[in-house]
Ligand binder design. Sequence first.
Ligand code: ATP
Ligand code: MG
Length: 392
Amino acid sequence: MFKAFLIKYGEIGIKGKNRHLFEDALIHQIKYALKPVEGEFLISKEQGRIYIEAQTEYDYEETVESLKRVFGIVGICPVVLVPDQGFEQLASDVIAYLDKRYPDKNKTFKVNARRAKKSYPMSSMEVNAALGERILDAFPEFKVDVHHPDIMVNVELRGQINIYSEVIPGPGGMPVGTNGKGMLLLSGGIDSPVAGYMIAKRGVKIDAVYFHAPPYTSERAKQKVVDLARLVARYTGPIYLKVVNFTDIQMYIYEECPHEELTIIMRRYMMRIAEHFAQETGSLGLITGESIGQVASQTMQSLAATNEVCTMPVYRPLIGFDKQEIIELSEKIGTYETSILPYEDCCTIFVAKHPVTKPNLKIIRRSETHLEEKIDEMVKKAIDTTETIRVE
Ligand code: ATP
Ligand code: MG
């Protein structure tokens, strides 16, 4: 029954001269989200509204599901657009709409008219009263409830008239691309895909880096990370995923440094390499899935030790989340099932029985001196041999 959608977006922070940037980014992301959906759509903006009009037959459910993944959208309203041909025609259009949309007439309603076109000959209040009366005449079972109506009959009087009564919640946030770019350290776990989602929700575009350690981590483990990136890309748009061959560096740290410090030192090298790529590709910060105290390498002391090697800000959007909360979010965004596939992770293979939980920076730095210049060559080689995969 619907050939169009009215898209509502948040107003805060987008007034003034940034507004068109926000709207253009939102339209760009809507187009991306609708690309795989069956059907052709025309997307337009008009006075603080974005309209999506189907030009062909299309899949309603799939369209709504895709729009629910576009950050910046607050509400998705399936809308009937009618030309302004006077009040009589409007009344019969609204009645036809309600009849079709609500076969069960045992409902309460309220008319909410809004006049964007000030030349409309009736005031909003007059339209509310007159339309309400017509609806009651047409459907005597309907009742008016001005406080908690089952159906809010929205009628926007513009160049054309918008009739809608449903607002399907969108994900909120800001359109991806309106707040710069960040480099996500993406592992095959539960947390980092969620961290990417959370940052992207605030309008940040994302690239990703994955540290791969063949043959200790298999081709399937890598594929799992690519699959996770693809799931995150449903929300963020295309992701450039860097796959770094980390085996030599990891083995060398394992040989030269105390085992209980391995994870921290390894993490410091991951951050250094991630920062290199972030600088090279214009990212303004690093993003990880860490949360305080979750494991030995995420205590306040460990995070400080990891952070020390970066000059860029490190964003940790899950910092105050419990594991259960992160799991629930990952289920909601659809990454959980992939994250729990059992393929090994480079961090679990060499993990020490008793890793340090309160690393001392001086000691960590001293251990790293055992690596000498050879590690710089290894880092350079890892960077030079990194594979970049475009995921969407
Ligand atoms: P996740 O579920 O995201 O793997 P985790 O709870 O397993 O997290 P750690 O293994 O300690 O935690 O990793 C902490 C963070 O470091 C991850 O969220 C991720 O951002 C980054 N990270 C860890 N391993 C890798 C890797 N192999 N490649 C890229 N980033 C990684
Ligand atoms: Mg992990």
